[in-house]
Design a protein around this ligand. Structure first.
Ligand code: AHM
Ligand code: MG
Length: 335
Protein backbone atom coordinates (compact mmCIF):
# COMPACT_ATOMS: atom_id res chain seq x y z
CA UNK A 1 0.00 0.00 0.00
CA UNK A 2 1.28 3.46 -0.87
CA UNK A 3 2.33 5.46 2.16
CA UNK A 4 0.91 8.99 2.51
CA UNK A 5 3.65 11.62 2.65
CA UNK A 6 1.98 15.04 2.35
CA UNK A 7 2.55 16.89 5.61
CA UNK A 8 0.05 19.29 7.17
CA UNK A 9 2.38 22.23 6.57
CA UNK A 10 3.00 21.39 2.90
CA UNK A 11 -0.69 20.75 2.27
CA UNK A 12 -1.65 24.14 3.70
CA UNK A 13 0.99 25.99 1.74
CA UNK A 14 -0.30 24.36 -1.46
CA UNK A 15 -4.03 24.60 -0.81
CA UNK A 16 -5.11 27.38 1.51
CA UNK A 17 -3.73 30.68 0.16
CA UNK A 18 -7.05 32.48 0.73
CA UNK A 19 -6.91 32.22 4.52
CA UNK A 20 -7.07 35.70 6.11
CA UNK A 21 -3.49 36.57 6.91
CA UNK A 22 -2.19 34.05 4.40
CA UNK A 23 -1.27 30.40 4.36
CA UNK A 24 1.76 30.92 6.60
CA UNK A 25 -0.44 32.21 9.44
CA UNK A 26 -2.76 29.25 9.08
CA UNK A 27 0.22 26.89 8.97
CA UNK A 28 1.54 28.44 12.17
CA UNK A 29 -1.77 28.21 14.00
CA UNK A 30 -2.69 24.72 12.90
CA UNK A 31 0.83 23.43 13.44
CA UNK A 32 0.67 24.75 16.97
CA UNK A 33 -2.68 23.01 17.55
CA UNK A 34 -1.09 19.91 16.04
CA UNK A 35 1.73 20.27 18.55
CA UNK A 36 -0.82 20.47 21.37
CA UNK A 37 -2.18 17.20 19.97
CA UNK A 38 1.26 15.59 20.14
CA UNK A 39 1.73 16.62 23.79
CA UNK A 40 -1.76 15.47 24.74
CA UNK A 41 -1.44 12.16 22.92
CA UNK A 42 1.80 11.58 24.83
CA UNK A 43 0.16 12.43 28.16
CA UNK A 44 -2.92 10.30 27.45
CA UNK A 45 -0.79 7.29 26.57
CA UNK A 46 1.04 7.43 29.88
CA UNK A 47 -1.65 8.89 32.15
CA UNK A 48 -2.39 5.67 34.05
CA UNK A 49 1.31 5.27 34.85
CA UNK A 50 1.88 8.82 36.08
CA UNK A 51 -1.04 9.39 38.48
CA UNK A 52 -2.74 11.60 35.90
CA UNK A 53 -6.14 9.87 36.02
CA UNK A 54 -9.09 10.79 38.25
CA UNK A 55 -10.33 14.18 39.36
CA UNK A 56 -8.71 17.30 40.75
CA UNK A 57 -11.42 17.63 43.42
CA UNK A 58 -12.70 20.89 41.92
CA UNK A 59 -15.56 21.84 39.60
CA UNK A 60 -15.39 24.09 36.55
CA UNK A 61 -17.54 27.07 35.55
CA UNK A 62 -20.22 24.67 34.30
CA UNK A 63 -20.36 22.96 37.71
CA UNK A 64 -18.79 19.80 36.27
CA UNK A 65 -16.12 17.77 38.01
CA UNK A 66 -12.68 18.61 36.65
CA UNK A 67 -10.44 15.70 35.71
CA UNK A 68 -6.68 16.00 36.12
CA UNK A 69 -6.38 15.50 32.39
CA UNK A 70 -8.90 18.31 31.71
CA UNK A 71 -6.58 20.65 33.58
CA UNK A 72 -3.43 19.34 31.91
CA UNK A 73 -5.02 19.63 28.46
CA UNK A 74 -6.17 23.17 29.15
CA UNK A 75 -2.73 24.22 30.38
CA UNK A 76 -1.12 22.72 27.30
CA UNK A 77 -3.44 24.60 24.94
CA UNK A 78 -2.93 27.87 26.79
CA UNK A 79 0.85 27.55 27.02
CA UNK A 80 1.39 26.65 23.39
CA UNK A 81 -1.12 29.07 21.88
CA UNK A 82 0.10 31.98 24.01
CA UNK A 83 3.56 31.47 22.55
CA UNK A 84 2.30 31.40 18.99
CA UNK A 85 2.35 35.14 18.23
CA UNK A 86 -0.73 34.93 16.01
CA UNK A 87 -3.26 34.76 18.83
CA UNK A 88 -4.79 37.64 20.78
CA UNK A 89 -7.31 35.82 22.99
CA UNK A 90 -8.11 32.34 24.25
CA UNK A 91 -11.30 30.92 25.73
CA UNK A 92 -11.90 27.43 27.01
CA UNK A 93 -14.49 25.20 28.59
CA UNK A 94 -12.20 24.99 31.60
CA UNK A 95 -11.77 28.76 32.12
CA UNK A 96 -14.55 30.97 33.41
CA UNK A 97 -13.09 34.01 31.67
CA UNK A 98 -11.03 34.27 28.50
CA UNK A 99 -7.34 35.10 28.48
CA UNK A 100 -6.69 38.34 26.59
CA UNK A 101 -3.05 38.56 25.59
CA UNK A 102 -1.25 41.86 26.30
CA UNK A 103 -1.22 44.24 23.35
CA UNK A 104 2.34 45.30 24.05
CA UNK A 105 3.71 41.92 23.05
CA UNK A 106 3.31 40.16 19.73
CA UNK A 107 -0.48 40.11 19.74
CA UNK A 108 -1.93 38.40 16.71
CA UNK A 109 -5.32 38.76 15.05
CA UNK A 110 -6.83 35.40 15.97
CA UNK A 111 -8.95 34.25 18.89
CA UNK A 112 -9.07 30.56 19.67
CA UNK A 113 -11.97 29.01 21.58
CA UNK A 114 -11.55 25.40 22.60
CA UNK A 115 -12.73 22.41 24.53
CA UNK A 116 -9.35 21.09 25.62
CA UNK A 117 -10.48 17.55 26.45
CA UNK A 118 -13.79 16.42 25.08
CA UNK A 119 -15.36 13.26 26.45
CA UNK A 120 -13.44 13.46 29.70
CA UNK A 121 -15.57 10.73 31.29
CA UNK A 122 -13.52 8.46 29.01
CA UNK A 123 -10.16 9.39 30.53
CA UNK A 124 -10.07 6.73 33.22
CA UNK A 125 -11.16 3.85 30.98
CA UNK A 126 -8.80 4.17 28.02
CA UNK A 127 -11.52 5.20 25.58
CA UNK A 128 -11.36 7.85 22.83
CA UNK A 129 -11.01 11.53 23.64
CA UNK A 130 -10.84 14.70 21.61
CA UNK A 131 -10.17 18.42 21.59
CA UNK A 132 -12.29 20.90 19.64
CA UNK A 133 -11.23 24.34 18.41
CA UNK A 134 -12.86 27.33 16.76
CA UNK A 135 -10.88 30.29 15.38
CA UNK A 136 -12.35 33.75 14.84
CA UNK A 137 -10.65 37.03 13.99
CA UNK A 138 -10.37 40.25 15.89
CA UNK A 139 -12.62 42.74 14.10
CA UNK A 140 -10.25 45.74 14.08
CA UNK A 141 -6.48 45.73 14.51
CA UNK A 142 -6.59 48.42 17.21
CA UNK A 143 -9.45 46.80 19.09
CA UNK A 144 -9.14 46.50 22.89
CA UNK A 145 -10.60 43.10 23.54
CA UNK A 146 -13.06 42.00 26.17
CA UNK A 147 -15.02 38.79 26.70
CA UNK A 148 -17.90 39.88 24.45
CA UNK A 149 -15.53 40.08 21.46
CA UNK A 150 -15.12 36.32 21.58
CA UNK A 151 -18.85 35.66 21.67
CA UNK A 152 -19.49 35.40 17.94
CA UNK A 153 -21.77 33.60 15.57
CA UNK A 154 -20.61 30.32 14.04
CA UNK A 155 -20.70 31.85 10.55
CA UNK A 156 -17.82 34.12 11.59
CA UNK A 157 -15.36 31.27 12.13
CA UNK A 158 -12.28 31.34 9.89
CA UNK A 159 -11.01 27.89 10.87
CA UNK A 160 -12.41 25.08 13.00
CA UNK A 161 -11.72 21.47 13.70
CA UNK A 162 -10.78 18.83 16.18
CA UNK A 163 -8.09 16.52 17.42
CA UNK A 164 -9.12 12.92 17.94
CA UNK A 165 -7.17 10.66 20.27
CA UNK A 166 -8.12 7.14 19.28
CA UNK A 167 -6.05 4.26 18.04
CA UNK A 168 -4.23 7.02 16.18
CA UNK A 169 -4.13 10.78 16.69
CA UNK A 170 -5.85 12.85 14.03
CA UNK A 171 -6.28 16.51 13.20
CA UNK A 172 -9.37 17.31 11.12
CA UNK A 173 -10.13 20.89 10.11
CA UNK A 174 -11.79 23.24 7.68
CA UNK A 175 -11.10 26.82 6.71
CA UNK A 176 -14.20 26.81 4.56
CA UNK A 177 -12.47 25.09 1.64
CA UNK A 178 -13.15 21.42 2.23
CA UNK A 179 -12.59 19.27 5.29
CA UNK A 180 -9.29 17.49 5.55
CA UNK A 181 -7.97 14.88 7.96
CA UNK A 182 -4.35 14.33 8.96
CA UNK A 183 -3.04 11.37 10.91
CA UNK A 184 -0.06 11.75 13.23
CA UNK A 185 2.74 9.48 12.06
CA UNK A 186 4.39 8.34 15.30
CA UNK A 187 7.62 7.58 13.46
CA UNK A 188 8.27 10.97 11.84
CA UNK A 189 6.16 13.07 14.25
CA UNK A 190 4.42 14.64 11.24
CA UNK A 191 0.73 14.97 10.58
CA UNK A 192 0.25 13.39 7.16
CA UNK A 193 -2.76 13.83 4.92
CA UNK A 194 -4.85 10.68 5.29
CA UNK A 195 -8.39 11.94 4.53
CA UNK A 196 -8.52 14.52 1.74
CA UNK A 197 -11.74 16.46 1.02
CA UNK A 198 -13.99 14.44 3.32
CA UNK A 199 -17.64 14.26 2.28
CA UNK A 200 -20.32 12.92 4.57
CA UNK A 201 -22.87 10.51 3.05
CA UNK A 202 -26.32 12.08 2.65
CA UNK A 203 -27.77 9.37 4.89
CA UNK A 204 -26.30 6.85 7.29
CA UNK A 205 -27.29 3.83 9.34
CA UNK A 206 -25.97 4.88 12.72
CA UNK A 207 -27.29 7.08 15.51
CA UNK A 208 -25.32 8.31 18.51
CA UNK A 209 -27.08 9.61 21.61
CA UNK A 210 -27.26 9.03 25.35
CA UNK A 211 -30.56 7.16 25.33
CA UNK A 212 -30.51 6.95 29.11
CA UNK A 213 -32.04 10.42 28.85
CA UNK A 214 -35.07 9.15 26.87
CA UNK A 215 -37.60 10.00 29.56
CA UNK A 216 -36.21 13.53 29.89
CA UNK A 217 -36.85 14.30 26.20
CA UNK A 218 -39.91 16.01 24.69
CA UNK A 219 -42.37 13.76 22.83
CA UNK A 220 -41.17 14.68 19.33
CA UNK A 221 -37.59 13.68 20.17
CA UNK A 222 -38.77 10.40 21.71
CA UNK A 223 -40.80 9.64 18.60
CA UNK A 224 -37.75 10.12 16.39
CA UNK A 225 -35.80 7.59 18.45
CA UNK A 226 -38.74 5.16 18.36
CA UNK A 227 -38.84 5.59 14.58
CA UNK A 228 -35.12 4.81 14.20
CA UNK A 229 -35.65 1.43 15.83
CA UNK A 230 -38.57 0.27 13.74
CA UNK A 231 -37.69 -2.46 11.23
CA UNK A 232 -38.16 -1.18 7.68
CA UNK A 233 -35.91 -2.44 4.92
CA UNK A 234 -36.82 0.32 2.45
CA UNK A 235 -35.50 3.07 4.73
CA UNK A 236 -32.60 1.10 6.18
CA UNK A 237 -34.06 0.79 9.66
CA UNK A 238 -33.42 -0.12 12.37
CA UNK A 239 -30.36 2.09 12.70
CA UNK A 240 -27.42 0.86 14.78
CA UNK A 241 -26.73 2.68 18.04
CA UNK A 242 -23.08 3.74 18.50
CA UNK A 243 -22.29 6.09 21.39
CA UNK A 244 -18.82 6.49 22.82
CA UNK A 245 -19.42 9.34 25.29
CA UNK A 246 -16.96 11.45 23.29
CA UNK A 247 -18.61 13.90 20.91
CA UNK A 248 -15.52 14.17 18.73
CA UNK A 249 -15.25 10.40 18.26
CA UNK A 250 -18.97 10.02 17.57
CA UNK A 251 -19.04 12.91 15.10
CA UNK A 252 -15.87 11.62 13.43
CA UNK A 253 -17.48 8.22 12.82
CA UNK A 254 -20.52 9.95 11.36
CA UNK A 255 -18.46 12.35 9.25
CA UNK A 256 -16.76 9.40 7.58
CA UNK A 257 -19.62 6.90 7.43
CA UNK A 258 -22.85 8.90 7.75
CA UNK A 259 -25.55 8.94 10.40
CA UNK A 260 -26.68 11.27 13.14
CA UNK A 261 -25.45 12.44 16.56
CA UNK A 262 -27.96 13.99 18.93
CA UNK A 263 -27.60 15.74 22.27
CA UNK A 264 -31.12 17.19 22.27
CA UNK A 265 -32.81 19.63 24.59
CA UNK A 266 -34.58 18.12 27.60
CA UNK A 267 -37.92 19.05 29.14
CA UNK A 268 -36.19 20.51 32.21
CA UNK A 269 -33.09 21.64 30.31
CA UNK A 270 -34.18 22.82 26.85
CA UNK A 271 -30.74 24.29 26.17
CA UNK A 272 -29.18 20.79 26.21
CA UNK A 273 -25.68 20.05 27.47
CA UNK A 274 -23.15 20.97 24.83
CA UNK A 275 -21.56 24.38 24.49
CA UNK A 276 -22.20 26.53 21.45
CA UNK A 277 -18.93 28.34 20.93
CA UNK A 278 -16.32 25.63 21.35
CA UNK A 279 -18.26 22.38 20.77
CA UNK A 280 -21.29 22.90 18.52
CA UNK A 281 -20.07 25.72 16.25
CA UNK A 282 -16.74 24.23 15.18
CA UNK A 283 -18.19 20.76 14.58
CA UNK A 284 -21.18 22.28 12.80
CA UNK A 285 -18.92 24.09 10.37
CA UNK A 286 -16.80 21.00 9.74
CA UNK A 287 -19.88 18.87 9.09
CA UNK A 288 -21.56 21.51 6.90
CA UNK A 289 -18.44 21.94 4.79
CA UNK A 290 -18.40 18.17 4.31
CA UNK A 291 -21.99 18.34 3.01
CA UNK A 292 -23.89 17.56 6.21
CA UNK A 293 -26.17 19.54 8.50
CA UNK A 294 -26.07 20.78 12.10
CA UNK A 295 -29.20 21.96 13.84
CA UNK A 296 -30.64 22.78 17.23
CA UNK A 297 -33.73 20.89 16.09
CA UNK A 298 -35.39 24.14 15.09
CA UNK A 299 -32.61 26.17 13.48
CA UNK A 300 -29.14 25.97 11.93
CA UNK A 301 -26.42 25.90 14.61
CA UNK A 302 -24.23 28.38 12.75
CA UNK A 303 -27.05 30.96 12.78
CA UNK A 304 -27.60 30.81 16.55
CA UNK A 305 -27.00 34.24 18.06
CA UNK A 306 -24.22 33.80 20.61
CA UNK A 307 -24.88 35.66 23.85
CA UNK A 308 -22.55 34.10 26.40
CA UNK A 309 -19.16 32.46 26.33
CA UNK A 310 -20.33 29.22 27.92
CA UNK A 311 -23.80 29.14 26.34
CA UNK A 312 -25.30 25.68 25.80
CA UNK A 313 -27.26 24.52 22.79
CA UNK A 314 -29.07 21.35 21.68
CA UNK A 315 -27.05 19.65 18.93
CA UNK A 316 -28.33 17.43 16.14
CA UNK A 317 -25.56 16.87 13.62
CA UNK A 318 -24.62 14.56 10.80
CA UNK A 319 -25.88 13.42 7.41
CA UNK A 320 -28.11 15.93 5.65
CA UNK A 321 -31.15 13.67 5.20
CA UNK A 322 -30.94 12.23 8.71
CA UNK A 323 -30.80 15.64 10.36
CA UNK A 324 -33.63 16.97 8.19
CA UNK A 325 -35.72 13.95 9.17
CA UNK A 326 -34.96 14.38 12.88
CA UNK A 327 -36.06 18.02 12.60
CA UNK A 328 -39.46 16.99 11.25
CA UNK A 329 -40.08 14.93 14.40
CA UNK A 330 -38.61 17.44 16.84
CA UNK A 331 -40.69 20.25 15.32
CA UNK A 332 -43.84 18.11 15.47
CA UNK A 333 -44.27 18.12 11.67
CA UNK A 334 -44.22 14.35 11.74
CA UNK A 335 -45.63 11.98 14.35
P1 AHM B 1 -17.13 17.32 28.13
O1 AHM B 1 -16.60 18.31 27.12
O2 AHM B 1 -17.19 17.88 29.52
O3 AHM B 1 -16.42 16.01 28.06
O4 AHM B 1 -18.70 17.08 27.77
C1 AHM B 1 -19.07 16.80 26.47
C2 AHM B 1 -19.41 15.33 26.32
C3 AHM B 1 -19.43 14.89 24.88
O5 AHM B 1 -18.16 14.53 24.44
C4 AHM B 1 -20.33 13.70 24.92
O6 AHM B 1 -20.97 13.46 23.70
C5 AHM B 1 -21.30 14.08 25.99
O7 AHM B 1 -20.70 15.11 26.77
C6 AHM B 1 -21.57 12.93 26.91
O8 AHM B 1 -22.48 13.33 27.86
P2 AHM B 1 -23.35 12.25 28.65
O9 AHM B 1 -22.42 11.64 29.63
O10 AHM B 1 -24.44 13.06 29.27
O11 AHM B 1 -23.86 11.28 27.62
MG1 MG C 1 -16.68 18.55 25.28
Amino acid sequence: MAQQTLTLERFISLNQPAFPGGASVLTGLLSQIGLVGKYLAHDLRRAALLDMLGTTGTTNVQGETVKKLDEIANETFVRLLQQNGQVCALASEEMEQPIILPRSGAQGAYMVLFDPLDGSSNTDVNMPLGSIFSIVMKQRPDEVLSESDLVRKGTEQVAAGYLLFGASTMLVFTTGQGVHGFTLDPESGDYLLSHKAITIPARGKVYAANEGNYHKWPGGTQKYFDYLKVKDKATGRPYSGRYSGCLVADVHRILLGGGIYLYPGELDKPEGKLRLLYEANPLAWVVERAGGRASTGTMRILDVEAKQLHQRVPLIIGSMDDVLEAETFIQGRRM
